[in-house]
Design a protein around this ligand. Structure first.
Ligand code: 13P
Length: 249
């Protein structure tokens, strides 16, 4: 089963209107590989601004949302609101949400399940911390994080899994293609064993953590790496090269 290459840009809490205009300009100029699906994760406040200006081949995504449609949850946004402004994507379970804002596996799973029920597509993030890797717990951690939401997913066609080892995020320490492929392959096997073969074959598993224009082509060659979730480099024109990393593979 072929999996369309997927490159997400996660702007995190960065950008103002002039910066965003610059990003939109390099996305417009591209050219972006038509065989790659491109989604950019935008601060909630700018979602509509970006929606109105993005080229047609790029979608805007929220970076977070809550687990219910509406109510007394000051500061939160809901999947229904994201849909209401005509957008279809959300990033959930990012390590910064988990580790800075204390979101646990159960909350992340509830958010993913609700976002899918409301019709959104989800970039579901997982990944181990440095101390967990060093303690030999990488598999245990990523399986536990995946199981928490896998148990609640009915429709996998709108799920992209982002494996982002926390030690590689924003550190310049990229996982080697071998390290990343090893985890991606195990995750695919986990999906085969615990969900079903078609979900294992069809679900995109993308890599995030210090992806750059320099290292993206080697990473893209790995059999089970179906794209990237890019932080810092998604704010720079280098992002175009990362979108095009799979061209010719
Ligand atoms: P960096 O690419 O800046 O390491 O960030 C990765 C990330 O967290 C994407 O979600």
């Amino acid at each position: 089963m072929s999996r369309k290459f997927f490159v997400g840009g996660n702007w995190k809490m960065n950008g103002d209107k002039p910066t965003i205009d610059g990003i939109i300009e390099f996305l417009e100029n591209g050219p972006l590989d038509p065989d790659t699906e491109v989604v950019v994760g935008v601060p909630a406040l700018y979602l509509e601004y970006v929606r109105d200006r993005l080229p047609k081949n790029v979608c805007a995504s929220a970076q977070n949302c809550y687990k219910v449609a509406k109510g007394a949850f000051t500061g939160e946004i809901s999947p229904a609101m994201i849909k209401d402004i005509g957008l279809n994507w959300v990033i959930l379970g990012h390590s910064e949400r988990r580790n800075i804002f204390g979101e646990d596996d159960e909350l992340v799973a509830d958010k993913i399940a609700h976002a899918l029920d409301e019709g959104l597509s989800v970039i579901a993030c997982i990944g181990e911390k440095l101390e967990e890797r060093e303690a030999g717990q990488t598999e245990e951690v990523v399986y536990r994080q995946t199981k928490a939401f896998a148990d609640k997913i009915k429709d996998w066609s709108r799920v992209v899994i982002a494996y982002e080892p926390v030690w590689a995020i924003g550190t310049g320490k990229t996982a080697t293609p071998k390290q990343a492929q090893e985890v991606h392959k195990k995750l695919r096997q986990w999906l085969w064993d615990n969900v079903c073969p078609s979900v294992s074959k069809g679900t995109r598993i993308i890599y995030g953590g210090s992806v750059t224009a320099e290292n993206c082509k080697e990473l893209a060659k790995a059999a089970d790496i179906d794209g990237f979730l890019v932080g810092g480099a998604s704010l720079k024109p280098d992002f175009v090269q990362i979108v095009n990393a799979n061209a010719g593979n």
